[in-house]
Design a protein around this ligand. Structure first.
Ligand SMILES: C[S@@+](CC[C@H](N)C(=O)[O-])C[C@H]1O[C@@H](n2cnc3c(N)ncnc32)[C@H](O)[C@@H]1O
Length: 494
């Protein structure tokens, strides 16, 4: 157990030799001929060894790792090889290493190659590990993003940002095996900060086969060239692919998934001037066993199977992400207790206005009071998050953020009560069915679909985000679509 904890903590999954050789073959095919090779978390040094074989012109190679055992093993392997004399092994912690200083000593072109640990800061937290950089919130997430966990990051992201900063202004190549989501974050960082980058590419790898990891992963290759500021990256499905399947690019301060498609529809991009439609997310409560209910035979049950007797005041029909994604928006067999009408509203009045509901909340107070997220701290007892006028709008146009599906659904009220969503659903609040149908027609139109498809990364955990949704200007889309939305009011106009 200690061994497996340690393995997770240090992301200790060595690159198989055949994959290491294939990486170096690809780099050679792409024209790399480094004078110096560096492997920053080299472990047993499989990539370093493959690079020494593939790039005989390299005069020096440096391998660094925190694990003395791995380095001793590598030292033994190198002792049997003629190329071993070119190699310097450094037993050190990545986070305490002066990378700019180390690379400054080496001849160009450089090849910084590797496979940094794939563990996240949250996983390290649960392992009680301090294999972390000192300053954890390094991408400067502020406010709610920091509190709700956007500040969770991949250790490899932090390491690779440091390496990119150290290569800025130098001549060389960064070639790293990493999660595809991390590769995109690195491109975001590099393009946002105008790093001197030439060509960049992502080559898909089968992480399940090579590392037993169920995650999208790739070989990220970035060429650093003084004076060069290219901001696109070609995406290849595998090392043998000759043609890219997509080209990522930098548009409107974001990385987009398909730069050519995005450029076709760039006239629909939001510039921040249209404030008539605001995307919202559903209600966050972090206590499904208590706050989410199911209707059976005309009675409410909570997820613990308890049959409840509650006033209807605070119970709202609920649609979950899966309901929205599958278009099951009419039935509302589920409910949610929404204790506030705005995030600032007091909850104490529930005691008088709905005593049975208050008693129920009190009976489950240990669970509710024990919610760990700091968004509930210093807030009224039993508070929820993500509520406002929009939550109680009679009509909504909704999409699930979890599913790989671009379909917007009109959701009306249920038996006179507004339907609420869980916090993985995004929606626009609408005053009438007519408006909701107009917006849904626009959002489901071909131009909107193509626009969003160019911006969305379908391999992400939550491909559809508010950030992506708000990039489309609905006013401009309505103008582009001409007549869409000017239909006669429907029968059940509210
Ligand atoms: C995914 S393995 C890859 C090893 C090697 N680069 C390869 O491709 O086979 C990650 C390596 O990172 C090392 N590592 C983890 N945390 C480190 C740290 N803070 N400083 C230096 N090395 C570290 C581990 O010991 C492990 O060898």
């Amino acid at each position: 157990m200690v061994k497996s904890k340690q393995r997770k903590e240090f992301g200790d999954y060595q690159t198989p030799l055949p994959l290491a050789a294939a990486v170096c073959d690809l780099l050679a095919r792409l024209g790399n001929a480094p004078a110096a090779v560096v492997e920053p978390t080299c472990g047993r040094g499989h990539l370093l060894l493959a690079a020494l074989d593939r790039f005989p012109q390299a005069t020096i190679a440096v391998g660094l790792d925190v694990d003395a055992g791995h380095l001793a093993g590598l030292r033994g392997t190198l002792a049997d090889r003629a190329t071993g004399r070119k190699v310097q092994l450094v037993h050190a912690n990545f986070f305490a290493t002066d990378w700019v200083g180390m690379l400054a000593e080496l001849p160009e072109p450089l090849l910084v190659i590797g496979n940094p640990p794939w563990v996240t800061s949250a996983e390290l937290g649960s392992l009680d590990s301090d294999n972390l950089p000192k300053k954890a919130n390094f991408q400067r997430h502020i406010g709610l993003d920091a509190i709700t966990g956007k500040s969770n990051f991949d250790i490899s992201e932090w390491m690779l940002v440091r390496l990119m900063e150290s290569l800025h202004g130098r001549s060389g190549t960064l070639a790293m095996l990493c999660k595809t989501a991390v590769a995109r974050k690195l491109l975001f960082h590099a393009w946002k900060h105008d790093f001197l980058l030439g060509a960049a590419a992502l080559y898909g790898i089968d992480a399940a086969r090579h590392f037993g990891a169920n995650v999208d992963a790739c070989l990220l290759i970035c060429d650093f060239r003084p004076g060069c500021r290219r901001k696109h990256a070609r995406v290849f499905p595998g090392f043998d692919a000759k043609q890219p399947v997509l080209e990522l690019g930098w548009r409107m301060e974001r990385v987009v998934a398909d730069v050519k498609a995005f450029d076709r529809w760039s006239h629909l991009a939001a510039d921040g001037t249209d404030r008539s439609c605001v995307w919202r997310s559903g209600v966050k409560h972090d206590c499904a066993p208590v706050m989410e209910l199911r209707a059976v035979g005309g009675r409410w049950y909570n997820k613990r199977g308890e049959c409840l007797d509650l006033e209807p005041t605070y119970v709202f029909p609920l649609l979950k992400s899966s309901d929205v994604a599958s278009g099951r928006t009419a039935a509302a067999a589920q409910g949610m207790i929404v204790t506030q009408s705005t995030v600032a509203a007091a909850t104490e009045p529930i005691r008088l206005s709905a005593p049975k509901t208050w008693a129920y909340l009190l009976a489950h107070a240990p669970l509710l009071d024990g919610r760990r997220s700091s968004i509930y701290r210093k807030r009224p007892r039993f508070a929820v998050f993500g509520v406002g006028d929009y939550t109680f709008a009679p009509y909504k146009v909704a999409i699930s953020g979890l599913y790989k599906k671009l379909r917007f659904e009109v959701v009306g009220s249920h038996e006179g009560k507004p339907v609420v969503f869980d916090d993985t659903v995004y929606f626009l609040a609408c005053p009438s069915r007519r408006e909701a149908e107009r917006l849904a027609r626009l959002l489901n139109s071909d131009p909107a679909r193509e626009f969003y498809s160019a911006a969305i990364f379908w391999d992400a955990k939550r491909p559809v985000t508010i950030d992506v949704l708000k990039r489309l200007d609905l006013q401009k889309l309505a103008e582009h679509c001409g007549g869409v939305g000017h239909d006669a009011p429907s029968d059940d106009e509210s």
